[in-house]
Design a protein around this ligand. Structure first.
Ligand SMILES: [Zn+2]
Length: 111
C-alpha cells in the first residue's frame, strides 16, 4: 500500500468539505469514502453547485480528480499484482498497470 502524503506530518492547504464520494483510490487501491478535497464550482469564481472536484484519499492522501461525468483520474489500474515472477518483469508489468490508470495506453520508448 502506497502512502502518497504522510497526513500526520503534512496536509493539503485549505482543503474543504465536499459531498461524500465512495471510490477505489488509484494510488493505494483501497475502497474509500472521501469527504474532503477541492471543489470546482459552476460559477467562474468557483462558487455554486459542485461540477467536479479533487478528492483526497483519507488512507494515503492521494488526490483523485473526478469530473461531472464521474471519470476518475487516476483510475484503478487494470489487473492485479502477480507474485512469483522475476523482479524486472514484475516492475515492467506494474508500470504498465499504472499507465492504464492514467489513461496512457500507448507506450513510448525513451533513452
Ligand atoms: Zn489512497
Amino acid at each position: 500500500m502506497t502512502i502518497i502524503i504522510n497526513q500526520e506530518k503534512s496536509a493539503w492547504f485549505q482543503r474543504q468539505s465536499l459531498t461524500s464520494l465512495s471510490y477505489i483510490c488509484g494510488f493505494c487501491n483501497n475502497q474509500i469514502a472521501s469527504v474532503s478535497g477541492y471543489k470546482v464550482g459552476l460559477q467562474a469564481d468557483g462558487s455554486g453547485h459542485q461540477v467536479a472536484a479533487i478528492y483526497i484519499c483519507p488512507h494515503c492522501g492521494g488526490p483523485t480528480f473526478v469530473d461531472s461525468q464521474k471519470n476518475y483520474l487516476p483510475d484503478v489500474a487494470f489487473g492485479s499484482s502477480v507474485n512469483h515472477v522475476p523482479e524486472d518483469l514484475s516492475k515492467l508489468y506494474d508500470e504498465a498497470r499504472k499507465c492504464t490508470s492514467n489513461s496512457a495506453y500507448t507506450a513510448k520508448w525513451s533513452s
